[in-house]
Design a protein around this ligand. Structure first.
Ligand code: SAH
Length: 398
């Protein structure tokens, strides 16, 4: 998942045009290994004021006590916020008025201001654009399926990874999101579902994928704290299953290895997109620092430690990475491992001339992987019409 498609920022992207030209094996630039430079933040962004969704229950108790409110109020407010999904303190009748006012003022700053809500698929896909306290924009997408609801959330405003086919990276990184800014995207979806505001009637969020804007492993500590909160039982957290949570990464190897030690069985997704360093250096520039072999080693370590199948994400780009030889190469690299390949037909992004693979090439790619015994599915891409699909999230207001 991911989204993009920012017509209004097209002008700003024209200067990057050459890098968005289609690459063929003939005109690929000479690989410059070891030269990856992250797109720097324009100016270091300021994190928002603290919020109860930044805190463990013990930290909430400390925070309320420091404000002169008895510690047990932290349990009550957590039960309202996470258990009942009630975000209106004026209705928390179990708390007295002055405790409610203090908590509202000091620990419940407005973090996500809704800017736009777009929906498609008869209301079962809902993209929300949020304005943060410093004016940064981020997006989240809710996708309802017959048997599950998946929230795709952002971990950073913008992204420093600079993958040329992804809209999010084109403007660089603005800042990391706070733990609460990540948690609150999920809670916003959970509240809409609980109130029956999403087509299909009342429901709950069953899955979370960190596949919105940003590179979650580059904001590691805040992301992990957010995921712990989502998976801790109510009233401390949202009580979700860690198995329903997917962390997607470009392949920041040290952080992948660290994730394997957290003791929680999240699903790890690796955005591979090419089996060879020559092409991957271009498609996922951080490959210059962490090449394919190291990324896959870390992925297999994750699978061994957690017993979870690793997802390999592969955007199918016509004549760029969808050739028969690359399918064979990928099959050889992956076979015999605890793995599943998700092929994602390339979603259009502004200024990019690349397009999705031809159907026959996609079929041949799938068949080649299957011959190697590698499980593979082609992802049903949701939200293209609302620029809510993989790689389309650029958070614009128009
Ligand atoms: N930075 C993390 C999280 C973002 S996930 C990561 O890269 O894994 C977004 C997923 O959508 C990634 O797999 C990304 O490579 C893929 N993607 C980006 N642009 C896309 C596009 N235009 N079409 C299809 N998939 C795209």
């Amino acid at each position: 998942m991911k989204f993009s498609g920012c017509k209004s920022s097209l002008g700003a992207q024209l200067s990057r045009r050459e890098t968005l030209e289609p690459m063929t094996s003939q005109n690929l630039p000479t690989p410059k290994r070891g030269t990856f430079v992250e797109r720097a933040a324009k100016k270091p962004g300021k994190l928002p004021p603290r919020h109860i969704s930044d805190m463990t229950l013990a930290e909430r108790k400390e925070a309320v006590t420091a404000l002169g409110v008895p510690g047990f109020r932290a349990d009550q407010l957590s039960r309202q916020w996470f258990g009942r999904l009630n975000d209106d303190p004026t209705t928390w009748t179990d708390l007295n008025g002055s405790a409610r006012d203090t908590i509202r003022q000091e620990l419940l700053p407005d973090l996500l201001e809704p800017v736009r809500t777009l929906s498609c698929d008869n209301g079962t896909t809902v993209k929300q654009v949020w304005r943060l306290h410093d004016g940064s924009l981020v997006e989240s997408v809710l996708m309802r399926y017959p048997n599950r609801v998946t929230m795709c959330v952002s971990s950073q405003a913008g992204c420093a990874m600079n993958c040329p086919f992804c809209a999010t990276g084109q403007a660089g990184l603005t800042r990391n999101l706070s733990t609460a800014e990540i948690v609150e995207q999920v809670l916003a979806g959970a509240r809409m579902l609980a109130r029956g505001e999403v087509a299909g009637g009342p429901g709950r969020v069953s899955n979370v994928v960190l596949m919105g804007m940003g590179e979650p492993m580059a904001n590691y500590n805040r992301v992990i704290k957010a995921l712990r909160m989502l998976t801790t039982e109510a009233p401390e957290g949202l009580g979700m299953s860690a198995r329903g949570i997917t962390v997607s990464t470009v392949g920041l190897v040290p952080r992948m290895r660290q994730l394997a030690t957290e003791g929680l069985p999240f699903t790890l997704a690796v955005s591979l997109h090419a089996p060879d360093d020559e092409l991957r250096d271009e498609l996922v520039p951080i490959n210059n620092r962490f090449p394919v072999a190291e990324v896959l080693d870390a992925a297999w370590e994750y699978a061994a430690k957690t017993n979870r199948r690793v997802s390999i994400e592969y955007a199918m780009i016509k004549d760029i990475n969808d050739q028969r030889e690359r399918a064979e190469h990928l099959g050889r690299l992956l076979k015999g491992n605890l793995v599943h390949v998700n092929l994602i037909p390339l979603n259009p992004t502004p200024g990019s001339k690349w397009t999705a693979s031809r159907p026959e090439d996609e079929v041949a790619f799938v068949a080649a992987l299957e011959r190697h015994g590698v499980p593979v599915t082609v992802r049903d891409t949701r939200g293209r019409e609302i620029d809510g699909a993989c790689g389309q999230l650029a958070a614009t207001t128009s």
